[in-house]
Design a protein around this ligand. Sequence first.
Ligand SMILES: Cc1cc2nc3c(=O)[nH]c(=O)nc-3n(C[C@H](O)[C@H](O)[C@H](O)COP(=O)(O)O)c2cc1C
Length: 313
Amino acid sequence: MKILGISAGTLNGANDSMCKEALMGAQEAGAEIEFINLHRLDIKHCTGCIACVKALMGGRGRICAIKDDFLWLLDKMLDADGILMVSPIFENGTPGIVHTICDRFGPSMDRGNLTIADMLNKQNGGPGVDPRLLQDKVISFMAVGGSDWGSLVQMDHGMVAMSPMWKIIDNDKFQWSKTILMDDAALARAHQVGVNLANAAKDIPNATWQGEEGVCPHCHCNNFFIEPGTTHAICGLCGLEGELEVDGGSIRIVYPADKLYLAHDTMSGKMKHGEDIQENEGRLAELQKNSPEFKARKKKYMDFIKPSVPARA
Ligand SMILES: Cc1cc2nc3c(=O)[nH]c(=O)nc-3n(C[C@H](O)[C@H](O)[C@H](O)COP(=O)(O)O)c2cc1C
């Protein structure tokens, strides 16, 4: 059983140390371990070209138009049974590099799309998608902040697990952490996160969330979009929509039972989302093919002004 630790902090900084402390715990629990610092890799931003999902659905496998170290990293992730991601808190959330990894997962790492692509490819006599893409996996997160700003980071981290539908075991945050190496309680907690992850990876079908219950009774997220002037609340992570109630002094969100199938981290939710996107893409394709008005509007903006770029030698 293999646990891959990924740090998004500076080389040998607090995040690397916390990641390694957790890896020590995972190793004690019987895991083979590997460590990656994201800043040693060349990872570029997703441009949104969607070549990956077109290739996937067209039976051409998992490709990316950008040539850098991302597919190497993805390969490492797919070979692991459990992943530990440790990120510095930037502007309350995860740093850009973590968002980039999330983006690079893209629609082609979406478990719903992968399931459909696998089925279509096999129906056409192909081998199906790389089976590692459809395997269950466990993942834990730790966020390390230098101050007390960190209200978005657990939601951002949870989003990393959303496309591939990996099971989250722990999702912790540590604040005022510049001197965390002297904080024995924080180090012990990191160690425990590693032990929990390794134990979860030994029995993935029965692995369960080990963290504290959150406000969202479905995904444990504490971030919600509250529609102004209403009690209508949308979970920032799983997207479930419910009503906000105050119960014994604490807020809870109540979801209608018949809407639970829409949660973004469930196969039913992914399929519904996929259908909605497909319908919308169909409308766009129709306009691109048959609408002179659409073409004229597009040309208006293309011709209006070209983007400035720096002069290069
Ligand atoms: C651009 C930037 C934004 C930051 N924003 C936050 C923040 O919102 N909240 C916080 O607690 N720390 C913030 N920090 C502090 C970092 O979280 C801290 O420097 C980092 O965890 C140190 O990790 P390292 O030693 O592994 O590099 C920020 C640091 C930088 C460089």
